[in-house]
Ligand binder design. Structure first.
Ligand code: NDP
Ligand code: MG
Length: 333
């Protein structure tokens, strides 16, 4: 059984009356900053001036500064910069301002686990990794809930690194949902695997392949969109509430028989072998190396792949259909 922490195990006390610096006001940064502040913690935000997220932080009542000023006197420094730029910003602006006894906090283990960042021994290195997008970390908190988190301690210089991390989890609402104890290694590897194989890579590819199969066979793209994309949420909502069993209870017997007999023909032995291969690329560090090299050489492949989907038929049809469904709060990027 995993070790889990809830609010009573994660007192806010280690951060009460203390300053917390949040570096980067993006998806996670805006949520951690506002949730911690609403929990009574003093929050200093660092953002780049003249950016949209700087303006957003100001709208939310913060006075963003540079990194040095935000870090000055902070008990906890939460790094919510994109993973691919963290090492550069760390070298240039975080490391020179780090003081012994401070706690460095990450939301994902990538840079520590793969050693793109190696902090000095006299600081704590912890992680609170919310298992959900930043915007939900905020909206669930506002509703009185929270997004489950993982906690890991890589370095404990002061003897209370875990207590500081758990207070952070409490302050963002994560301890309401449950905080699972893990290591940087386990979090980093399972997070990368989940997003590549199931949540983002696997699911997007499944939706696209289903949509394209129907359209190529001559069916109307609008029907293919509803069938292969829109309904995914409705099915996943049922799984979220009651697992596969509740989803199967809700769908028709015909759908259930199709599910039980056809699913294993889509996820074949070959697919499972590929999943294992992808996990190997993650654990060996080959994926991390490839991603950092792609970022440093100007994101050509990244942008080409992104644009092909962004301008593709699935997205065009979806944009049009979502505009007609006022209640879904359609977004365009
Ligand atoms: P975002 O890209 O959403 O936000 C990063 C923010 O940092 C942006 O506002 C960016 O500004 C700002 N920034 C960039 N450079 C600097 C700088 N030099 N000084 C100050 N601010 C800067 O990142 P995420 O929130 O997605 O990711 C943050 C961390 O959280 C990552 O480690 C990620 O793996 C982890 N995580 C993210 C999740 C998510 O849902 N997104 C889920 C769980 C973990 P600008 O936009 O103006 O460039
Ligand atoms: Mg993840």
């Amino acid at each position: 059984m995993a070790t889990m922490y809830y609010e009573e195990d994660a007192p806010l006390a280690p951060l009460a009356g203390q300053k917390v610096a949040v570096i980067g006001y993006g998806s996670q940064g805006h949520a951690h900053s506002q949730n911690l502040r609403d929990s009574g913690v003093t929050v200093a935000v660092a953002e780049l001036p003249d950016t949209a997220n700087y303006k957003l932080a100001v709208e939310h009542g913060f006075e963003p500064t540079d990194i040095a000023a935000a870090m000055d006197g902070a008990r906890l420094i939460i790094v919510t910069l994109p993973d691919e730029i963290q090492a550069t910003v760390y070298e240039g602006q975080i490391a020179p301002n780090l003081r012994g006894g401070q706690t460095l906090g990450f939301c994902h283990g990538f840079n520590i686990h793969f050693k793109y960042i190696v902090p000095p021994k006299d600081v704590n290195v912890v992680m609170i990794a919310p298992k959900g997008p930043g915007h939900l970390v905020r909206s669930e908190y506002v509703k009185g809930g929270g997004v489950p988190c993982l906690v890991a301690v890589e370095q404990d210089a002061t003897g209370d690194a875990k207590a500081v991390a758990l207070a952070w989890a409490n302050g963002i609402g994560g301890a309401r949902a449950g905080v699972i104890e893990t290591t940087y290694k386990e979090e980093t590897e399972t997070d990368l695997f989940g997003e590549q194989v199931v949540l983002c890579g696997g699911l997007s590819a499944l939706i696209k392949a289903g949509f394209e199969t129907l359209v190529k066979a001559g069916y109307q793209p609008e029907i293919a969109y509803f069938e292969c994309m829109h309904e995914v949420k409705l099915i996943v909502d049922l799984m979220y509430q009651g697992g596969l069993s509740y989803m199967r209870y809700s769908i028709s017997n015909t759908a259930e028989y199709g599910d039980l007999t056809r699913g294993s023909r889509i996820i074949t032995e070959q697919t499972r072998a590929e999943m294992k291969k992808i996990l190997g690329e993650i654990t060996s560090g080959a994926f991390a190396k490839e991603w950092v090299a792609e970022y440093r050489s100007g994101l050509k492949k990244f942008n080409a792949l992104y644009n092909a989907d962004h301008d593709g038929q699935l997205e065009q049809v979806g944009r049009r259909l979502r505009k007609m469904m006022k209640w879904i709060d359609a977004k365009e990027v």
